[in-house]
Design a protein around this ligand. Structure first.
Ligand code: 13P
Length: 350
């Protein structure tokens, strides 16, 4: 799952990056409904074209870049300088020389950027764009867990608050978990927080002794194994791509053709000869897949796998962020000093 390329708008106009295809095409398809796996064209609101122009001008004035997660609506992806998964976005933030980063994603992602770029102003369009999974553990719970496993190494999924990361030894994303765990001495037991399903996947892959926290992502939990079975019967030629956060991981893991991060899925579709795919992750990713690969057909494993936090960010709010320089995301310096360590440790490995 490593080494994927990313959706760098500036550098990769060729197929495989979100740079492919005109902004117009993306815009038309961005909010499309789908039947039989294809998007039907639903035009964006007329004022979006003007908003996009204004955002482009504001970006220059503010010396800002926009980083957008793969789940964000197409209109936001259109104005982004980079679209990708959690790992790609963190890397891009760190490497950027912009003064301002408008982070179109959820709060823990913006926090990560703020910690990696203490000299930059990090903005998020809506401060309420949180993460239910990240909220399933608090620092005190880690401290207690550690007391029960004093020799344990605490590994957190990037979907955690900075305060939780400050209590952890290593951070992982959906892309690099196996590689990071292989760097932890074999005799060490691992305490993994907060995602039970990603943890189960890592446990099966690495055969390590891993204690699992029982957190989950509600959007991915909406994907039911029975539905996946039905879809696979209906579309026997479709490849089944699954995000490791899926609640159905334990049953479907051996059945999935690929278990990938969101960006891993985009890259995989590019290189696969298959023309049909069942996509088990938040439905926002289908916008990007359908826009980037209009000749291929995508079926969501569940229409209900939606993240209302991600959807709080809109083009209007992104615009207002740059106008008013709101909402600034900061991390308490003492927490940041500790929380950045597991993140840097991860970035040094992969
Ligand atoms: P990715 O890192 O695969 O984009 O996943 C992030 C996330 O929060 C999935 O729900």
């Amino acid at each position: 799952m490593n080494g994927h390329t990313n959706g760098d708008r500036a550098g990769h106009p060729a197929r495989g990056g979100v740079g492919e295809g005109s902004a117009e095409t993306r815009s038309v398809l961005a909010n499309g409904h789908h039947t039989n796996g294809h998007a039907t064209a639903v035009a964006e609101p007329p004022h979006y074209a003007l908003l996009k122009e204004k955002i482009t001008i504001l970006k220059q004035e503010r010396q800002a870049i926009i980083l957008a997660h793969n789940y964000q609506e197409g209109a936001i992806q259109d104005v982004a300088d980079f679209v990708g998964d959690s790992l790609g976005l963190a890397r891009k933030a760190k490497a950027s020389d912009a003064k301002v980063i408008l982070f179109c994603g959820v709060h823990f992602m913006a926090e990560t950027a703020a910690m990696l770029c203490p000299d930059k102003t990090v903005l998020i369009p809506d401060l309420q764009a949180g993460c239910s999974l990240a909220d399933m553990i608090i620092p005190e719970q880690i401290r207690t867990w550690r007391r029960h496993h004093p020799d344990g190494v605490v590994v957190c999924y990037v979907n955690t608050s900075a305060a939780v990361k400050a209590e952890c030894d290593y951070c992982v994303t959906s892309t690099n978990g196996v590689t990071i765990l292989e760097h932890i001495p074999a005799e060490k037991e691992i305490l993994f927080v907060p995602d039970y399903y990603l943890g189960s996947y890592l446990k099966a892959k690495t055969k390590r002794k891993i204690h699992l926290w029982k957190g989950y992502c509600p959007a991915h939990a909406a994907i039911l194994p029975e539905q996946v079975d039905q879809l696979r019967e209906l579309h026997p030629d479709a490849e089944f791509l699954m995000h490791p956060e899926c609640g159905c991981t334990t049953k479907q893991m051996d059945l999935a053709d690929q278990i990938l991060s969101t960006e891993g899925m985009v890259q995989y579709v590019n290189r696969s000869p298959a023309t049909e795919f069942i996509i088990a992750t938040e439905t926002g990713l289908l916008n990007r897949l359908r826009t980037q690969y209009p000749e291929k057909t995508f079926f969501p494993a569940s229409e209900h796998a939606t993240c209302h936090h991600m959807q709080r960010n809109t083009l209007e709010k992104a615009f207002m962020s740059l106008v008013r320089m709101q909402h600034v995301v900061t991390v308490d310096q003492k927490i940041a000093e500790r929380a950045v360590k597991p993140i840097e440790r991860m970035l040094d490995i992969v």
